[in-house]
Write a protein that binds this ligand. Structure first.
Ligand code: ZN
Length: 492
């Protein structure tokens, strides 16, 4: 397909038009590369046949601009850890947050974050009478105006300030627990946020050849043929209603090899009576997880597609020396560096030649952010299974065995059943993931349930949902601040 989903016109390449102007009576719509997940969010999927140049331009100054600005707290604080963007440099802005008192969480100070330095919004000081030092907590500029104020105040208290040393502390991160905020203080947050998700969903569906007329819940086509994005009643947050989903999300930063990542899953789901829904599951920075219902009466063919990419650079610090690795572990190197061993042309018995081949492949390795979701998910499920075994046997421990140990007997049983179900599927569970979960039907039998339907209808768990979203954001904040000062001189 080569039709712009917004204006509905067929696109032609600009070069073709310029070389053959006489064939055209009016200027046509031009093909252009459009990021499905926005470039400012490090999205790398960029087809040239979903949105014309003219329509793409209007999005980038509207919906996209608003949407990506919401993520500045992540994109700006972690620029140094992220892969390169396709174009454009990051900007430097001042962001807001809170610093919670380590001893008493109810006490907090407003802080400002700029280029990863955390300074208090209002300066404060500490007077150490023993050491004769006054610590001024403020940025350099503010501290100059602040010092005479503090001197006066101390002198009013009868303290001789002539002998005191004044020390400026610019970065106050260590003094508390930093809380960063996502939606606070943003005007029209809901509108900006949901429109961005709708646009990603429509882009991904169009990329996979779903006709724009088959996206009725998210794209209304008006009388003039223009497609208008709709964000009412069709977007709702993912919540781990299934046991496996819950375990995967609880420890995601530890077990997702390329955390944080972006995931898109486009799928149709059939219900009793034959009616089909078309959904797009969107998971940004492994944190913001939503379903967009594209069509609640989808009439196209059954469909499943996923896209999965890393956002951060890989943590391979030094190239591996294969001759220092025991032979039985070489397959790990092959997997880590994504080496295609079929390219080795030597004899199977010639180990030296094989090692040379591996070493050369490692040297040529460059990290490609696009990842195989099926493989990565399978690894995570296998890890959960071994953690289950660890928890039940007590013979060894994993990052997840402690959490699994604390589950009730019923929950453990449900986890085992669901894991077995995932791992025994011919597709390795990939087409079950984020589409379905298993639930006990009350008589001990397991029923296959729809995850999006359950997430979209069960409003009784609203409170738990909000705790879940907060927890997800805390995982991300923790990653940001653990990575905050890591200098990375590696090339992407
Ligand atoms: Zn267009």
């Amino acid at each position: 397909m080569n039709i712009c989903y917004q204006c509905g016109h067929t696109m032609v390449s600009e070069e073709h038009y310029l070389a053959n102007k006489s064939e055209f009576t009016v200027e046509p719509k031009f093909n252009h590369y459009e990021h499905i997940i926005q470039n400012a969010l490090y999205g790398r999927l960029k087809p040239n046949n979903i949105l014309c140049k003219q329509c793409g331009g209007s999005f980038s100054s509207g919906t996209d601009k608003d949407f990506v600005s919401l993520f500045q707290i992540i994109t700006e604080t972690s620029q140094h850890r992220f892969i390169n963007k396709d174009h454009g440099k990051g900007s430097i802005n001042t962001l807001s947050g809170f610093l919670f008192d380590k001893a008493d969480e109810r006490k907090k100070k407003d802080v400002r974050i700029r280029e990863n330095i955390v300074t208090p919004k209002d300066p404060f000081y500490d007077y150490d009478s023993e050491e004769q030092v006054v610590y001024l907590y403020a940025n350099r500029v503010r501290s100059k105006q602040y010092e005479p104020v503090v001197r006066k105040e101390l002198e009013r208290k009868g303290i001789n300030t002539a002998e005191l040393t004044f020390k400026v502390v610019e970065d106050v991160t260590e003094m508390g627990v930093l809380g960063i905020f996502f939606s606070q203080g943003v005007e029209d947050f809901h509108q900006k946020f949901t429109m961005g998700f709708c646009k990603i969903a429509v882009g991904f569906a169009t990329y996979h050849k779903v006709d724009r007329n088959n996206l009725k819940n998210v794209l209304k086509i008006d009388a003039s043929g223009m497609g208008v994005l709709v964000n009412k009643g069709n977007i709702f947050p993912f919540f781990p209603v299934g046991t496996v989903d819950a375990q995967l999300e609880l420890i995601r930063p530890d077990i997702e090899r390329h955390y944080p990542s972006h995931t898109l899953i486009l799928f149709s789901q059939k219900f009793e009576g034959g009616k089909k829904h078309l959904y797009c599951y969107i998971d940004l920075f492994s944190t913001f997880q939503y379903y967009v219902l594209l069509n609640d009466d989808y009439t196209g063919p059954d469909i499943y597609h996923n896209y999965y990419q890393a956002v951060a650079k890989e943590d391979i610090k030094e190239p591996v020396d294969v001759r220092k690795i025991r032979h039985k572990y070489l397959n790990i190197v092959v997997s880590d560096y994504k080496i295609d061993t079929k390219k080795f042309k030597g004899a199977d018995s010639d180990m030296e030649a094989y090692l040379d081949f591996l070493q050369a492949e490692i040297k040529n390795y460059s990290f490609a952010p696009a990842l195989d979701l099926k493989k990565e998910l399978y690894d995570r499920l296998e890890f959960l299974m071994s953690s289950y075994v660890a928890a039940e046997s007590g013979l060894f421990v994993t990052e997840a065995s402690g959490i699994i140990n604390r589950l009730s007997a019923g929950e453990k049983r449900a986890l085992l059943f669901e894991l077995q179900y995932y791992l025994s599927r011919p597709d390795g569970g990939i087409e079950f993931y984020r589409k379905n979960f298993l639930e006990d039907d009350g008589s001990g039998k397991l029923e296959t349930m729809s995850t999006p339907v359950e997430c979209g209808t069960d409003l009784s768990i609203n409170k738990v949902r909000s705790i879940y979203c907060t927890g997800k954001f805390e995982q991300m904040s923790k990653w940001i601040f653990e990575n905050r000062l890591i200098k990375d001189d590696q090339q992407d």
